[in-house]
Design a protein around this ligand. Structure first.
Ligand code: HEM
Length: 564
């Protein structure tokens, strides 16, 4: 607009087209005003949204946090307290973990002496709370309630699980990396399928066929012992090699050397699992930040996965190249065949295959390693039982290598193994989770409650075993487990109870009996003065400083022949 026209417009003079123009200007003025108001409203709505959304998200997270870490724990604590279940009070976020770590640190710092009463040293929190609050008590792993039960009737009900009310528990992230999602943790149809396969691999004729491989592995170990007479031998390490070799040969058709890296990495993972057992996972922080142990575990997990896949590939290649016409009859062969099964229902995924291998590498090695080592310690201390066992072995096998028939006749040795497992059996409690609200005995338990069955507390309970409970007395089992436990199935169950009991039980006892027989045929042994008694819980009980014995050769040395 020219200046004169603007003045006209402002003065309200009526030119021929001024009204139109005025309207135009006013309209555009209004439009731009409305636009800017709208824009401002939009901006402020966006700003409100930008504040409101995170605020409400934060509020929801806060409510959930307070529910998970305060309301639910206190509610469950109240619910169980009102039914007579007591325990150390819940502490915000950490539960009782800090107390447990402190108690374990203190217990491990004290000299132990040569006692078989392990509970006060290896699980001092269980020992202390069991005595203070009774056989069933409530404790807190972070914000997760854990009902620890040792009352045999309740234990039986949980382990038999006839109503399917108890699931396998949630393992820690480290245990998950160690065992993967293998047989120990899976449920439902997948468990049924994989359990059938493992049963088939570790029982009956297949198990009998493993005997020569076990004997050959023991012979290799004993060959190394030649020339060591009168010197100190550290048997935990010796049995580590032996049991690794046995499971490699029998289940995976390879040697210890081939699986060496897998074992070394699994061993590291087991140590991480042990030392992080009572570390609380801090909400939010652990989502974004990983500890050095966790990062290292992730790396180890990946490397184990790669190594197992290489072993599988080797097996597959043999069939592809025409070197073999099937994947083999051992456990690995059955797994690889299942992986290639054309029927979807029977087929195993590669991840399941890898996880099963990890489970059996660990389960097949760690447990027998410890059982053998503690049996030898007990026999080294109790020369009378060593002599009884030797007499039995020589009576049955003479100087010959053990055979399946003779193994089933080893009564004294069975008693010794049971007593060893009672005193030194694997340390971990058996974990279960309550699926839904359920009645257990007189108790009403809420869903999603963790249960822990501490076998060590039951197997060391003087009320069940008498005042000599902490003494090594294999004669308890002279007339079998039922008589020793007064027909109480939940007083002694080293291999578990009910449907989820150990699939490797016969394999483990056979291997232990063969190795002990072959040692007893050749040597007498005593405990070295250098030995320091310090069992520590890492999946099983491991001797912190090893077990040193001194060997003396026997007069009637076994020839190691297979003839009868
Ligand atoms: C002295 C040696 C052993 C002891 C004391 C032992 C102990 C146990 C116990 C107590 C359970 C039950 C766990 C539960 O109910 O939550 C179990 C399960 C299991 N064990 Fe063993 N075990 C031994 C040797 C072995 C061996 C040699 C293998 C493998 C060859 C093995 C593989 C397994 C597997 C795969 C399971 C899970 C079974 C399932 O859930 O269906 N164990 N073991």
């Amino acid at each position: 607009m020219k200046r004169r026209e603007v003045i006209k417009f402002i003065d309200g003079e009526k030119g021929s087209d001024s009204l139109m123009e005025r309207r135009e200007v006013i309209k555009s003025h209004r439009d731009s005003h409305r636009d800017s108001v709208l824009e401002r409203r939009e901006v402020s709505a966006l700003m409100e949204l930008a504040i409101l959304v995170p605020c409400s998200l934060f509020l929801v997270a806060l409510i959930k946090f307070m529910y998970d870490y305060l309301w639910r724990p206190l509610r469950i604590q109240h619910m169980l307290n009102s039914q007579g279940i007591k325990g150390p009070p819940y502490k915000f976020i950490h539960g009782n973990n800090k107390q447990v770590i402190q108690m374990r640190r203190e217990a491990l710092s004290k000299p132990m002496g040569l006692t078989h009463d392990l509970l006060p040293f290896v699980q001092p929190h269980v020992y202390s709370w069991f005595n203070k609050y009774g056989k069933n008590y409530l404790s807190w792993n972070g914000n997760r309630p854990e009902l620890v039960i040792s009352e045999p009737e309740l234990v039986k009900e949980v382990m038999r699980n006839s109503e399917n009310a108890f699931a396998k528990g949630n393992p820690s992230v480290y245990i998950r990396k160690l065992l993967g999602n293998g047989l120990v943790f899976i449920e439902g149809e997948k468990w049924e399928k994989q359990r059938k396969l493992s049963n088939f691999a570790f029982h009956g004729e297949r198990l009998k066929n493993m005997t020569p491989a076990v004997i050959a592995s023991v012979e290799t170990m004993l060959e190394k012992w030649k020339g060591q007479e009168g010197k100190e031998i550290e048997v935990f390490r010796e049995f580590r090699l032996l049991t690794s070799e046995v499971i490699s040969r029998t289940a995976f058709g390879s040697s210890y050397l081939e699986g060496e890296k897998i074992f070394a990495r699994l061993n590291k993972l087991a140590i991480f699992a042990g030392r992080n057992a009572f570390k609380t996972s801090i909400p939010f922080i652990n989502t974004f930040w990983k500890s050095a142990d966790l990062l290292e575990s992730e790396r180890l997990e990946k490397e184990i996965q790669d190594s197992v896949m290489k072993i599988v590939k080797k097996r597959e290649d043999k069939v592809m190249n025409g070197e073999a016409d099937n994947f083999g009859n051992d456990f690995l062969g059955l797994l690889v065949s299942a992986y290639h099964d054309s029927d979807d229902k029977n087929r195993l995924l590669m991840q399941d295959l890898v996880d099963e291998c990890k489970t059996f590498y660990v389960g097949g090695q760690e447990t027998v390693n410890a059982t053998l080592a503690w049996s030898v310690l007990l026999l080294a201390i109790h020369g009378d039982w060593q002599e009884k066992a030797r007499r039995e072995v020589i009576g049955i096998f003479g100087n010959r290598n053990p055979d399946s028939d003779g193994i089933s006749k080893l009564k004294t040795m069975t008693m010794i193994i049971y007593e060893t497992l009672r005193l030194y059996g694997p340390s971990n409690g058996l974990i279960r989770k309550v699926r839904r609200q359920v009645q257990l005995g007189k108790l009403v338990l809420p869903g999603n409650l963790d249960l822990q069955i501490v076998k060590a507390a039951i197997q060391n309970d003087p009320q069940l075993w008498g005042d000599d409970v902490h003494l090594f007395k294999p004669e308890r089992f002279a007339e079998g487990i039922a008589k020793a436990t007064n027909y109480n199935a939940a007083a002694f169950f080293p291999f578990g109870l009910g449907p989820r009991s150990c699939v490797g039980m016969t394999f483990a006892t056979t291997e232990t009996k063969i190795a002990l027989s072959m040692i007893l045929q050749r040597y007498t042994f005593t405990l070295s003065p250098a030995y320091i008694h310090s069992p520590m819980p890492v999946i099983t009980h491991r001797p912190r400083h090893g077990i040193q014995i001194i060997l003396e050769p026997l007069h009637n040395n076994a020839k190691g022949t297979h003839s009868s």
